[in-house]
Design a protein. Structure first.
Length: 381
């Protein structure tokens, strides 16, 4: 059996993890050891990057004096925030600013970081493809950055592509550029194919930036935030969809999911593939049947339910009007479902992904092992 992971960040994540891999780091002291080791291996002024810290980023303030001659940028495990030491804030035009950057500010920062060479990027992805093949994963949908298509062209042309890849292109591209990429990777290509366009609507529950209809229980003045005003987001979605493109909308909070459904329902069906809502971690009960009725795919990551258990109750508490991490509910409501891991945010080991989907402790949101396996092998494209 060959698995298809419907949501990864392979090209970008492989590069991120070529720095310090902090996903299994247990304490700030362990982060300090990793940073100290990196300073000894790099010249003064060289950037130190890390990815995957699972604690509170402000805990990293304790590292401020550890690497005064090296810019240090350490990203949180959800990929939506990062901590910068004073040298990094100075180097990247944020002198005097707080050490933590989130969401759009982080995206702007990433664009300014020194880029690895094409050969370095290719080597990082080759190593991760070997890992996927060993796990029995034969295909992924990659939510790529601007450089992703060129990277996959390089791997394909060199005969180094060991898995099939579907590309969801970033909405920052112009439609002219996106069409050129689609011509290079047509939707019916069995090795590398453009699937559609990825658009962010909100942030994450961990950072309290996922857009909710009601404020966070542990932050009563905050109901999250949309990436842009709702009319602007609807306009961007409509522009791509009316051009025949499938769109995949990152929508985690119930307010973002409602906006995604409101925006997609009146739009024409794509010329190829299907529109998708990525994550859908909090969904109003009344919105559940809208997925199936409109032919919108729910692209879900069961492992996030497991990862969120230590803190999700604090964020939301009792909300009878919503389902948190719906899986069984969406299936019963008639939604088409695709399953993924969101690697490197979550593990892409199929055993863990499938176990999380069928975990009896999920109650009514657990699904059968047979259904989970079907969605993870031949789910909708």
């Amino acid at each position: 059996m060959s698995y298809r992971d419907a949501h990864v960040h392979l090209a970008a994540g492989a590069v991120d993890l070529s720095g310090l891999d902090l996903r299994s780091v247990a304490s700030v002291e362990d982060v300090a050891l990793a940073v100290r080791g990196a300073t000894q291996a790099r010249e003064d002024g060289a950037l130190i990057r890390g990815w995957g810290f699972r604690g509170h980023l402000r805990e990293l303030d304790a590292l401020e004096g550890l690497a005064p001659r090296h810019p240090v940028v350490l990203a949180r495990a959800d990929g939506h925030a990062a901590w910068l030491n004073a040298a990094a804030r100075e180097a990247f035009g944020r002198a005097g600013a707080p050490p933590v950057v989130e969401e759009e500010a982080l995206e702007a920062l990433r664009a300014r970081l020194p880029a690895p060479s094409p050969a370095e990027r290719a080597a990082a992805v080759r190593a991760r493809m070997d890992e996927l093949v060993a796990l029995g994963v034969g295909a992924v949908d990659d939510m790529v950055d601007r450089d992703g298509p060129d990277l996959y062209a390089r791997l394909r042309d060199r005969g180094e592509l060991r898995i099939a890849v579907g590309l969801w292109l970033p909405a920052v591209l112009t439609e002219t550029d996106a069409r050129a990429i689609r011509r290079a990777f047509p939707p019916d290509d069995p090795r590398v194919a453009v699937r559609g366009i990825k658009i962010f609507l909100d942030g994450t529950l961990r950072s309290r930036t996922a857009a909710l209809h009601r404020p966070y229980a542990d932050d009563p003045g905050n109901d999250g935030r949309l990436r842009a005003p709702a009319p602007e987001l609807r306009g961007a979605i409509a522009q791509w969809a009316e051009g025949g493109w499938p769109v995949a909308l990152h929508a985690i909070g119930d307010r973002a999911v409602t906006l995604a459904l409101d925006a997609l329902e009146p739009l024409p069906a794509p010329r190829f593939g299907a529109h998708r809502i990525e994550h859908a971690q909090v969904v109003r009960r009344e919105d559940l049947p809208r997925f199936g009725a409109a032919g919108i795919v729910a692209s879900l990551q069961p492992g996030h339910w497991t990862d969120d258990q230590p803190w999700i109750g604090e964020r939301l508490r009792e909300r009878p009007e919503v389902i948190v991490h719906p899986l069984g509910s969406l299936a019963r409501a008639g939604a088409s479902i695709a399953i993924g891991s969101d690697w490197p945010v979550g593990s892409w080991d199929p055993r863990g992904v499938l176990a999380a989907a069928a975990d009896p402790s999920r109650g009514e949101e657990a699904v059968s092992a047979a259904d989970a396996s079907a969605w993870y092998t031949s789910g909708p494209r």
